[in-house]
Structures are given as C-alpha cells and as structure tokens.
Design a protein around this ligand. Sequence first.
Ligand code: MRU
Length: 330
Amino acid sequence: MRLAFDTVKWEDGRLIVLDQTQLPNKVVYRELKDVNAVATAIKQLVIRGAPLIGVVAAYGVAVAAYQANTKEEIIAAIAKLRGTRPTAYNLFYAMDLMHEILDEYDELEPIRDEILQCARKLHEEDRQICDMIGEHGEPLIPDGARVLTHCNAGALATTGIGTALAPIYKSWEKGKSLHVYVGETRPALQGARLTCWELMQTGIPVTLVVDNVRGYMFEKDMIDLVIIGADRITKNGDVVNKIGSYEIAVLAKYHNIPFYVAAPYTTFDPNIEKGTDVTIEERDPHEVTEIAGVKIAPDGIKVFNPVFDMVPHELITGYITEKGVITKFT
Ligand code: MRU
C-alpha cells in the first residue's frame, strides 16, 4: 500500500514538505529554503512524528551544508535542529550520524555529498522499515478487530506507511475487516486532523472520539487491541509517546486488552535507562486555551501543557519493530 501523498520530497536540491498544519482542509506543499525554515517547521508541527522529524532534520542539514561556507556553519545548523524538539529520539539519532560525517571529513565538498547521501538513505530506509513493521504487526490483528490508536503514528508521521498504522494497512490489504477508533488527541488534534484524514483515504472504517470517551469504550468492551507509536524507547523498554498514551495503557491493562507499541530501532535510545529520565516537551499554553485560533478559556488562566507522557514497560504487551515483535525486554 502507498498513500497518495509524500510527507517529504527532495527535488532538484530543494527540500519540500507537506504542511501538516493545513490538514485536513488543504493539501499544501512548502519548500524549506534554509535551516531556520526547517527548524521553525519542526517546532511549529508543519512536519511532526518521530521518524519524519529525523528524516526532515537530516535533509535540513543537507540544505545547510550546501549553503555553508565553513564546517562550523554546518555544526551550528545541527545544533539548531537538535534544539527544535526534545523528545523524539529519531532527531538525535539522525543528527549524531551527521556529526560522524563531520568528524570524518574536512573539505566541504565531500561533507555535502555524504550528508545528502545519508539523508537520502535515512529517507529510503524509513520507508522500508515501515513496511517491515507492518508485516510483523499484521498477524497480531485478528479479522474483525476494533483497534484503538492515538495521535498520528501513520504515514504522516513517517516517509512510509507509518508505524502504528502500518499493521493496520497490511491487515486491510490482506482483506481483514477492521474498525479503527481514533482519539482526537488534544491539544494539537493530530488524531482528528491527521489520522482520520489519512485513514479515510484508504477506505478503512474509522471513528473519531474525543479523548475522554476512551474509558467508556473499554468498559463497554468496544476495543480489541491498542497500537500506538513511540517518540523514544529507553533501555528498559519504557515508551515515551503523545500525552494520553499512559492513560490508555493503564485502561488496557485494567481491561486485559493487548497494548502494542510500533516503532523503528531509530526510536530506541541506547543511552537512557528509563522513561522517567526523558525530557518531556512542554508547549505553548495557547495550544490549550485556543482551538483553531478561537479562544476557549479565560484570559490569564494558568496552563500546564506537557505533550508527551511515559508508558512503563510493564504495561506493554509487545513492541512491533522492523526486526520482529519483542514481547520481553531484557
Ligand atoms: O507531537 P507529535 O505530533 O510529533 O507527536 C507524534 C507522536 O506522538 C507519535 O505517536 C510518535 O512520534 C510516533 S510517530 C510514528
């Protein structure tokens, strides 16, 4: 299966991305002309989702490398991109690869070539990885399953068919009947705006619910399994993902429903021991006090807006990766 859009394109030396802030109302592609534009696009969720952030940031370094007159300027571009969002490990994985290239060469010409090649490789590999996650995850979804997902860990979050949605797409291709439930995912509404939009393009039955309906749905036996994505997986198997993931995992455990996390190895952080050590991004209060620019809370209200939370490994039934399904973390 291939969805009818590209989240990112490298065309004639130009970096072009699908502007996800415009979805589902408009399909708009934007060129990101320099590293500042790439950094702003990542910060403002023009592109988002851990694997896609990694690939776009890698191309961002390529853009910077072609514009740079010195190696120091490329190092500064990498630092800028590292500072955009703190949680998704894929960003840091990609930036570390870029640093390795800078450690190896001094001349700008080979640096530019290697950086672009590396970005292209990450892009192509991500596409293949999504397919493999889909293949490994597909057998976990029974015919007729009602699947709950969260946020957007689909094609829009990657350069392929997604992570959490990949097993769903593969199951649909095999002719299974399915129903996907999607929480709207406040504050930025990735579930409502993005996951619903991409699933509706494929014909897979999908129902949108507000986030606080989920307890009711578990209690009424409306969910057979949960699949979510991940922004970072620590050494002990804890998963950091979109705010609300923890709550779903607790509900799934209480109701004895399988809870799967689908993620590539580029999301596994070998340096951090446990989920509580991961920096959780807190975003602008306006994301909470406004919806689509319309004020929904009184002026001056105090806001707490963490956008990720941590699912402890003991709540996770399995990790669907490109190499297979891990059911036990050692
Ligand atoms: O804030 P976002 O939209 O970047 O958050 C995205 C998620 O939480 C996804 O579940 C995660 O990045 C995995 S994407 C395959």
